[in-house]
Design a protein around this ligand. Structure first.
Ligand code: HEC
Ligand code: HEC
Length: 284
């Protein structure tokens, strides 16, 4: 059985920290009280992803490993379906194992789920394909493809032993709640001071970090293209390794700045929220 490469993820984080010469990342967990908008029943349970040794040695195990590779190296393993420079793990940090970044742990049992944006029930595979079309600016995978089945298997493996239909408290991104008016001009200053080092002055990414706008970024149909989603992600996770160091206003302004820059369109957006309920910060 192949060694599970989680250690290499941790190492990558350590390398970044060494380059930056700044304090180590905060321990995750405590700031979760910033507030998640959980409306469904939640469960008080520990964030404890299964250990890699529990991956079975059979075909199922192969699927789980393929799913993991799809998530961390989507550029290579999902090439035909990706239309930008991102990997799933760039937002679902640490391969979906980070409780502050739309973790995959414990979410499989919540599907199928009704989604307002689509106006219909969605399976986990459907939800994954939404991120392929929007966050990855690409194409949906065929429903029966081994690659899609692999990602589903990986997320199911991360959700084992979860009671069906019970929402985990770490689901999504810790929601930043503020009355601050987003100020993209100040956001530009924040970006120049705290983001260009890794994302580049033109936002197009560097060796150290992926693009945050432009043709190789997520499209306008992506969740991250919404100001409140990006602000929450940035507050909790950026600069990478130093989450929770920006003020709320800085995170909101930086999000407003990157999300007012050009990025790919999503023509299918005309079908979104067919029954209403579109949030105010959707950029179309
Ligand atoms: C640009 C950032 C970004 C990228 C890249 C991205 N996603 Fe997402 N994804 C999101 C956001 C934001 C959400 C919604 C989180 C929330 O509801 O708070 C989401 C939600 C999801 C969900 C639903 C989570 C839940 O709690 O039900 C799944 C599954 C998912 N993504 C899979 C993927 C996969 C697989 C990939 C790679 C093919 C991917 N995503 C790439 C940003 C991204
Ligand atoms: C120390 C380097 C570094 C700094 C500084 C930094 N980031 Fe990032 N950022 C990253 C890395 C690396 C990723 C991808 C994370 C991964 O794959 O583990 C990322 C991912 C992102 C993403 C989601 C993926 C994408 O490209 O769309 C956004 C949005 C983002 N950063 C915004 C910001 C903002 C805004 C700032 C400034 C407040 C910032 N980052 C500062 C390294 C950095």
């Amino acid at each position: 059985m192949r060694a599970w490469p989680v250690a290499s993820i941790v190492l990558a984080g350590v390398v970044l920290i060494t380059i930056g010469c700044v304090p180590p990342p905060r321990a995750t967990g405590s700031e979760d009280s910033v507030g998640r908008s959980n409306t469904e029943s939640t469960i008080n349970t520990l964030f404890a992803p299964p250990s890699p040794e529990t991956i079975p040695g059979d075909l199922r195990g192969e699927q789980i490993r393929l799913g993991y590779k799809m998530v961390v190296d989507t550029q290579e393993y999902g090439k035909r379906y990706v239309g930008n420079a991102l990997n799933c793990t760039n937002c679902h940090l640490d391969a979906g194992l980070n409780p502050n970044a739309a973790s995959f742990v414990g979410i499989a049992t919540l599907y199928p789920q009704y989604r307002e944006r689509a106006g219909r029930q969605m399976t986990l595979a459907d939800r994954i394909n939404e991120c392929f079309e929007r966050s990855m600016n690409g194409k949906p995978l065929p429903p029966d493809s081994v690659k899609l089945t692999g990602i589903v298997a990986y997320i199911e493996w991360l959700s084992q032993n979860m009671p069906p239909g019970v929402e985990v408290p770490w689901r999504g991104i810790p929601r930043l709640i503020s009355t601050h008016q987003p100020d993209p001009l100040n956001g530009r200053k924040v970006f120049e001071q705290k983001c260009v080092f890794c994302h580049g002055s033109d936002g197009q990414g560097t060796m150290a970090a992926p693009p945050v706008w432009g043709p190789r970024s997520y499209n306008i149909g992506a969740g991250m293209a919404r100001m409140t989603v990006a602000a929450s992600f940035i507050k909790a996770n950026m600069p990478r390794g130093w989450g929770w160091t920006l003020t709320d206003d800085e995170a909101i302004d930086a999000a407003a700045y990157i999300n007012t820059q050009p990025r790919p369109d999503f023509p299918d957006k005309i079908h979104d929220w067919p029954k209403g309920g579109k949030p105010a910060d959707v950029p179309y």
